[in-house]
Design a protein around this ligand. Sequence first.
Ligand SMILES: NC(=O)c1ccc[n+]([C@@H]2O[C@H](COP(=O)([O-])OP(=O)(O)OC[C@H]3O[C@@H](n4cnc5c(N)ncnc54)[C@H](O)[C@@H]3O)[C@@H](O)[C@H]2O)c1
Length: 334
Amino acid sequence: MAYDRLFVLCDAVVAEQHAERLAPICAITAPEDWHMVSGGEDLKLWQNCPPVWQWLSERGASRHSILLCIGGGTVTDFGGFVASVYKRGIRTINLSTTLMGMVDASVGGKTGIDFSGIKNEIGSFHQPKAVFCDCAFLTTLPDRERLSGYAEVMKHALLIGQEAWQEAVSFDLFSDDLVVWESIVARNVAFKESIVVQDPLESGLRRILNLGHTIGHAVESLSLRLLQENAISHGHAVMIGLISELYHSVLTHGLPRDILFTLVSWSKEYYPPFFFTCKQYPELTAYCHKDKKNKKGKIVLIPLRGVGQVGEPTEISEEIVHECLDFYREMLGG
Ligand SMILES: NC(=O)c1ccc[n+]([C@@H]2O[C@H](COP(=O)([O-])OP(=O)(O)OC[C@H]3O[C@@H](n4cnc5c(N)ncnc54)[C@H](O)[C@@H]3O)[C@@H](O)[C@H]2O)c1
């Protein structure tokens, strides 16, 4: 891949904890061509973009330069967005260091920042030129972050089929067996890529990857507003979304109840309950109304008929969203 300069946008925690692993990249770049950021949802804010554009501009980044984004999903989402508009778009490479990044965020070209309290409200499709996943980064990942990424592994397993589902529910996700992790990451990347190549701009098939995300993103937005820096992780919110949305699939699409209850009891083992009351339903449904899948003001969910059997996106009423949230609260939330 021909390029004039390599610039590095790096999560400061990763730079500190994996200095040796990153040494070969340091060897081919000037220290001034590195820009450190604090990974976390707060990075994906508008006010964090200008300092990166300023740095790229001052360091002479051209349209032939590459921005290497090193970190989790927040760094690759943010870095991808910033790169996609700098000089009308420069190329990116993602070096993913979290489970969420490896199995989901770094692959597929969706970039974005949060705006006005809404997740990924501003963004672009900007495919990275390459994605690297080195599972050795996972050894320093806090448990909370492993759990966050594993929610997407569970989502993919529900979409892939029985074998992947059985493996996902029985794996000890706190294991440091890198051979197993490599095979999990490889299977998840291959699955996501297989969907993205067929529908890179999410005009059809790719929407299935939003399973659990309509309600999940709403819960995440509520949690960000209520708890700010103590908000639940993206994956934790997706797990709540999966449980709530699968309840809808049981009611309307014949999803066997045992799949839902397996997910509920698996989730109870790993994720603490997130408490909210029915007083917050209007806010949650308002967030659901902002979802990008929606059509003509109707909230849309991705339904499952069975493991590996996805139904057509389905319009649902606010009352159904409330029922789904009731189910989650009865099972886990209080
Ligand atoms: N673009 C997409 O298709 C897509 C898909 C899924 C999720 N996402 C986005 O991804 C974001 C979440 O990503 P994330 O879960 O990776 O969070 P993150 O980037 O915030 O990383 C989580 C935390 O782990 C730290 N960290 C990163 N790598 C580490 C390592 N190897 N060892 C120790 N600590 C490390 C970070 O500093 C941060 O504090 C959300 O904003 C979500 O919207 C995007």
